[in-house]
Design a protein around this ligand. Structure first.
Ligand SMILES: Nc1ncnc2c1ncn2[C@@H]1O[C@H](COP(=O)(O)OP(=O)(O)OP(=O)(O)O)[C@@H](O)[C@H]1O
Length: 451
């Protein structure tokens, strides 16, 4: 398959300056900002980004399932006013009706389009056959394995022969081998021209999956809200070999953009001089002290306390994406840095990894006091001694959803407690300054936000 850059086939689906905000606890929360994206005939486009970067939201806007807050979505040049007639969706959780058989589940999409019973049955049998479910027509979802259930999800979407198949993390609920097998079969169908759709949009947080499948990988960033950070054309021949140097080169380049290392996107730990880090513009990554210490210790065992990011994930039996929050947190705390696809400990990180418990707490406190929300809580407590968590929830409500506020406070509390900056009583929902906190703050540089 050639890339769109060289052949430039017609645009099927397009987002024009699309923004999307959701109603939050305190006003509108922007999730997507000014997205321009064309989906051309003949291409597979992956929307890749960390959790919360707005991938699913963008997919739903393209499918017309939710309206954009501003801007427009066009299908074959016509602006969408509701559900997109040219798309069908495959969901992560399969979304099958348990009381219907495989055949009936697959026929559902056609029924909604008013297709008659005989035609419906024939089309469903064909889709079931295509996707390798032959013989399972009268089975109920509960009799099927996860992989077979997702095949039903695919058959149900493909039976309507949509111009664009939309897939929202379709493999992430499956075990590794099942996912690999299903991916491979789908790519064979696509390559052999048997796939009854003209284009595919795939949402994923898995970099290798994106590079395995897509002609174009669109990386979304989430600071301060979802925008397209960079687009990569992938012109490798299929089937693609994960071990090939070209494959690894593209994956590495995407890692660097995902972890924020491009000339256009400043590092989390090095904000542009004019940008003061605040709890609003610098969210704490979802990483526990145990996870951070563990990763720092593992890194310290590598020569030069340095390891290729992808190799490290392999070694731990994890996806690279699983490591991202920990890596972001190590960077925010000045304990590690990423360069050229390698993760390595800084001087402070090396000392932290090798320290005994008391020293490790002290070093962690010096680092954590610069994390904006930890700084905000500590500096507030230095004035008041104690504070209800509701106070911080209110301060964060302008910038985060209630779910995000809980995650931010949970992380800050974990870090602040370990650092012995403050304690937290979950029964009374009260933060209390640790007696030693003043000394620890004085030891840190304290460049975070003031309350
Ligand atoms: N219906 C909704 N109401 C309010 N906020 C929402 C709604 N749907 C999503 N969000 C918020 O919008 C942000 C983007 O969510 P979205 O699901 O689009 O991201 P994503 O990149 O697909 O993430 P994930 O990989 O975790 O699914 C998140 O912060 C999420 O909490």
């Amino acid at each position: 398959m050639t890339t769109t850059a060289t052949t430039n086939p017609p645009v099927l689906l397009a987002a024009h300056d699309v923004t999307k905000s959701y109603a939050g606890a305190d006003g509108e929360l922007p999730v997507l900002g000014g997205i321009d994206l064309d989906i051309h005939e003949g291409e597979i486009v992956a929307l890749l980004g960390k959790s919360g970067s707005g991938k699913s939201t963008l997919l739903r806007c393209l499918a017309g399932l939710i309206p954009a807050s501003s801007g427009s979505v066009t299908y074959k040049g016509e602006e969408l006013k509701g559900a997109n007639p040219g798309t069908a969706m495959v969901f992560q959780t399969f979304a099958l009706l348990p009381w219907l058989t495989v055949q009936q589940n697959v026929e559902l999409g056609l029924e909604a389009k008013g297709v008659g019973p005989r035609e419906r049955a024939e089309a469903a049998v064909q889709a079931i056959d295509l996707i390798g479910l032959d013989g399972f027509e009268s089975a109920y979802p509960k009799e099927l394995s996860g992989g077979m259930r997702q095949r039903v999800g695919f058959a149900r979407a493909l039976v309507v022969e949509p111009d664009v198949l939309m897939m929202d993390e379709p493999f992430s609920a499956l075990d590794v081998l099942t996912a690999e097998n299903l991916r491979g079969e789908l790519m064979e169908l696509w390559e052999s021209g048997q796939f009854p759709t003209k284009a595919v949009v795939l949402v994923t947080h898995n970099i290798e999956e994106a590079v395995l499948m897509a002609d174009r990988v669109v990386v979304l960033g989430s600071r301060p809200y979802g925008t397209i950070r960079e687009t990569f054309d992938v012109s490798l021949a299929r089937p693609r070999d994960r071990q090939s140097p070209d494959f690894e080169r593209i994956v590495d380049a995407i890692y660097q953009v995902m972890t924020g290392r491009t000339k256009d996107t400043p590092k989390l730990s090095e904000p542009a001089p004019a940008t003061r880090r605040t709890p609003a513009n610098t969210p704490l990554p979802e990483a526990s002290v145990d996870g951070l210490s563990g990763l720092a210790e593992i890194l310290a065992q590598h020569p030069g306390s340095r390891c290729d990011f992808a190799d490290l994930a392999d070694e731990l039996g994890l996806e690279v994406d699983d490591l991202l929050p920990l890596v972001d947190a190590l960077e925010l705390l000045g304990l590690a840095e990423v360069h050229d696809g390698d993760l390595f400990l800084t001087e402070r990180g090396t000392a932290f990894a090798g320290a005994d418990v008391q020293d490790s707490k002290k070093l962690f406190a010096e680092a954590a006091i610069d994390a904006p929300l930890v700084h905000l809580i500590t500096s507030t407590l230095l004035r008041t001694g104690t504070q209800q968590s509701g106070f911080f929830r209110d301060l964060l409500a302008h910038h985060y959803t209630s779910e995000q506020i809980e995650q931010q406070l949970e992380t800050a509390t974990d870090w602040g407690r370990y650092a012995e900056l403050f304690s937290y009583n979950a029964d009374t929902e009260e933060y209390r300054l640790d007696e030693e906190a003043g000394l620890r703050v004085a030891a840190g540089t304290g460049t975070g936000t003031e309350g």
